[in-house]
Design a protein around this ligand. Structure first.
Ligand SMILES: Nc1ncnc2c1ncn2[C@@H]1O[C@H](COP(=O)(O)OP(=O)(O)O)[C@@H](O)[C@H]1O
Ligand SMILES: [Mg+2]
Length: 363
């Protein structure tokens, strides 16, 4: 099973430029999480920090009891073997065919025989749907195939943590849907902890168990998907609806005067260019392709989320309860109602003035 990744008070700067500060979150073992954020908010820097390629100035990243930020080079090398990373550009070697690209980590980091290498490479290429493409060069195939080859290469060392940097970038909506399904299928087959960085709204809505968002050099929120999908925190709502109206501007941040003017314009009945009026809410999550085992994370996550449900906002509570089967509702002793008022779960967040939660540490 995948391992837990605990990020605590992480801050990363380049010279005087702080990329993000005080990021605190936990990637639960075997669950799929998505980190959202506008371009340039430091999502790639976050992934590279997790895998030890960049060194944050402050905070901890704890995996199996080891703090990656401060451990020895030797220990870091050991921990890195737990990771499979799909970089934003696929990072394939242009002069090597797909077989050799996928085989590369095995030849580099293990002493497996060529027969074993071949068996593993073909197995992973089959998992990502690339059978028959072994001899192709990266330049001869589509962007979607390159992503899948990058993913196959990330899988060959049997990672317990998989990091994907914008797996959907450059893909059309159909290819993106296939890739989303592939990630869920992989999770059902190997139960690895997965973190996907993206700014794709559809991926964010349908793929992960947990959602987070980086904005203005901070982690705005991180928690169960139901919390962000029902959130009325302006940054999160604007982003998940792809709207111009809101705090996120063309070059990241808007000033107050612009926001007020836009709001007045919208209230006067003008469109702000968003695709739908409002698509806030919990949409069904992707399930593994029929025939594959159920995702191990689903059961664990239900126990985990139900143990903290009383700390979540009412809409998120409703979304979670509505996703349970009648048997599960009996098991957890909750019942689905028509509105938050009828939930039998104690509501402790209703009168909390600050948006929930600024930092998702315990979630
Ligand atoms: N190695 C680096 N040295 C200096 N600045 C960097 C480095 N890598 C990234 N940055 C800066 O960090 C910021 C966040 O970049 P990035 O993580 O790539 O954003 P995102 O992936 O969210 O689009 C950018 O302003 C970028 O210029
Ligand atoms: Mg990036």
């Amino acid at each position: 099973m995948g391992v837990e990744v605990v990020v605590d008070g992480l801050t990363k700067s380049f010279g005087k430029q702080t990329i993000w500060r005080d990021v605190t979150l936990t990637l639960p073992p075997g669950e799929v999480s998505v980190m959202l954020g506008p371009s340039g908010t430091g999502k790639s820097v976050f992934l590279k920090s997790l895998v030890g390629l960049l060194k944050p100035e402050r905070g901890r990243i704890t995996i199996n009891g080891t703090d990656l930020v401060r451990c020895s080079e030797h220990k870091l090398y050991e921990i890195r073997k737990l990771f499979g990373v799909l970089f934003q550009d696929g990072a394939l070697f242009g002069s090597m065919n797909l077989f050799d690209n996928v085989a590369f980590p095995l030849r580099e980091h293990t002493r497996k025989t060529e027969a074993e290498v071949r068996r593993i490479v073909l197995e992973k290429m089959e998992m990502v749907g690339l059978v028959g493409a072994e001899k192709k060069l990266p330049g001869e195939i589509s962007g979607g195939m390159r992503k899948r080859a990058g993913l196959a290469r990330a899988l060959v060392l049997d990672p317990e943590i998989i990091l994907c940097d914008e797996p959907d970038s450059g893909l059309d909506p159909v290819r993106t849907a296939y890739l989303s399904q592939l990630l869920i299928d992989l999770n059902s087959q190997i139960d690895a902890t997965i973190l996907i960085v993206t700014h794709n709204i559809t991926v964010a809505r349908t793929v992960p168990d947990n959602l987070g968002m980086l904005f203005r050099r901070e982690l705005v929120m991180f928690g169960p998907r139901e919390v962000l999908l029902t959130s009325d925190e302006p940054v999160v709502e604007q982003f998940l609806n792809g709207r111009r109206l809101g705090p996120i501007g063309m070059s990241e941040e808007k000033d107050q005067a612009t926001m007020a003017a836009e709001l007045a314009h919208k209230e006067a009945g003008h469109s702000d260019g968003s695709p739908d009026a409002d698509v806030r809410g919990v949409v069904p999550q992707l399930e593994p392709t029929p025939g594959l085992p159920p995702r191990g994370a689903v059961r664990r996550r239900k126990d985990r989320v139900m143990s903290i449900i009383h700390t979540l906002p009412p809409d998120a509570q409703q979304g979670i309860i509505a996703s349970l089967t009648p048997d599960e509702q009996r098991h957890y002793q909750v019942s689905a109602g028509v509105g938050p008022d009828t939930a039998t779960v104690p509501d402790t967040t209703r009168h909390t003035p600050s948006p929930w939660p600024r930092q998702g540490g315990v979630l």
